[in-house]
Design a binder for this molecule. Structure first.
Ligand code: ATP
Length: 368
């Protein structure tokens, strides 16, 4: 069983003037046998360092990493039964596809030539590149080179795949095609996979589960839908979803959330959840804001607003709305693209009660 466990894994680098940089701060996460886990977070949050510690390319300052229940800390990379795919394909330019894929096996296993040839052919079939086996990297497109890089990992038949932004050098169309294909291949092979990206769309569409990192700390691990619907904190709420969730800071007075520019009536349940918090941040996703043209606000979950800017996003528009009372610092709503809305138009925006997220303003922790 190739269950991968990261147990309070920590990495501290020392910079030139001797001060510590905590790159990975006690991260604990399990990846089940056959699971596809995406490690996602902004630049510098510690994703690559985490992956490199699992690969054995970086030492661990503290904590343990176990594969199939056994610690792999201290093992050499080549003895970990793990194959890594990098952002740069790192193919040998003078070798053909076939040679690039077989090279590692010839070096590190005692498989026969026939067995190696068979693995290479099988991987080439899986990746739909059998006709490219005798070409050199310079005769391949970026997407094809990426397949060869994957092929090189697949032929090793490892317990775990580690992938560090493997699609980021591809153009948008190829990237979305390869996303689906990578998922299919991973599912066919059933290989436990840890995949690093800074792209939340990639994380949401590819991961069985995602682990969101910020500042070296694990913020939340869950299915994409759990992280989207029940973010553990304001960071995850703002990181997952495009356009990002709108946030408003305020306080709670009785059953009402009071912000600078509006007041919002909370349900009993919401009021209980925020009891005791000094400051509260109210969050609402752009896609949850209901926009009605030519109406007046009927209750205090609705607001009279004026359209600032409309950004077309294909089948939807991102509509920036300012409160009538103070139109500075607009928030955003997504509205179906068929509906014609123009700048300067007066519309009513409703924040439905079941779409509201509430966070402790100081800690950012989700309260409801
Ligand atoms: P990106 O998406 O930009 O690749 P990342 O999430 O993968 O970022 P890491 O590369 O893991 O982030 O870096 C995490 C932190 O550790 C950063 O602050 C980085 O500057 C620091 N760091 C990484 N490698 C070293 C090193 N060899 N020496 C010192 N600091 C390092």
């Amino acid at each position: 069983m190739a269950r991968l466990e990261l147990d309070k894994v920590r990495k501290v680098f020392t910079d030139d003037d001797g001060s510590d940089i905590v790159a990975v701060d006690d991260v604990t996460v399990d990846i089940e046998d056959g699971e596809f886990l995406v490690l996602v977070g902004p630049s510098g949050c510690g994703k690559s360092t985490t992956l490199r510690m699992v690969a054995g390319l970086e030492s661990v300052t503290a904590g343990d990493i176990r594969l199939g229940g056994r610690s792999i800390v201290g093992k050499k990379p080549q003895n970990r039964d793990i194959a890594m795919v990098f952002q740069s394909y790192a193919l040998y330019p003078h070798m053909t596809t076939r040679e690039n894929m077989s090279f590692g096996l010839e070096e590190s296993t005692d498989l026969s030539d026939e067995e190696i040839a068979e693995r290479v052919e099988n991987a080439a079939d899986l990746l739909s590149i059998p006709e490219l086996l005798d070409r050199k990297p310079s005769e391949l497109s970026g997407g094809q080179q990426q397949r060869v890089a994957l092929g090189r990992a697949i032929v090793r038949e490892p317990e775990v795949f580690l992938m560090d932004e493997p699609l980021s050098n591809l153009d948008a169309k190829l990237r979305s095609q390869m996303r689906t294909e990578l998922q299919r291949i991973q599912e066919d092979l059933g290989t436990t996979t840890m995949y690093v990206t800074h792209d939340q769309t990639e994380a949401m569409t590819m991961g069985d589960r995602i682990a969101v990192l910020d500042g070296g700390e694990l913020q939340q691990a869950g299915t994409p839908l759990e992280c989207y619907h029940r973010p553990a904190n304001k960071f995850v709420a703002g990181f997952i979803g495009e356009p990002a969730m709108n946030f408003f800071d305020g306080t709670v007075e009785g059953d009402t959330f009071v912000a600078d520019r509006f007041e919002y009536r909370l349900t009993d349940e919401q009021r209980e959840a925020v009891a005791g918090a000094d400051g509260v941040t109210l969050g609402v996703r752009p896609e949850d804001v209901e926009v009605t043209v030519g109406a007046t606000a009927a209750d205090n979950r609705e607001f009279e607003t004026v359209v600032d800017v409309v950004e077309p996003m294909g089948n939807e528009n991102a509509v920036y709305l300012g409160f009538e009372s103070d139109p500075t610092d607009p928030f955003v709503a997504t509205v179906g693209g068929m509906r014609q809305i123009d700048g300067g138009e007066h519309v009513v925006a409703r924040f439905p009660e079941d779409a509201i997220h509430l966070f402790d303003a100081a800690s950012g922790e989700a309260l409801h």
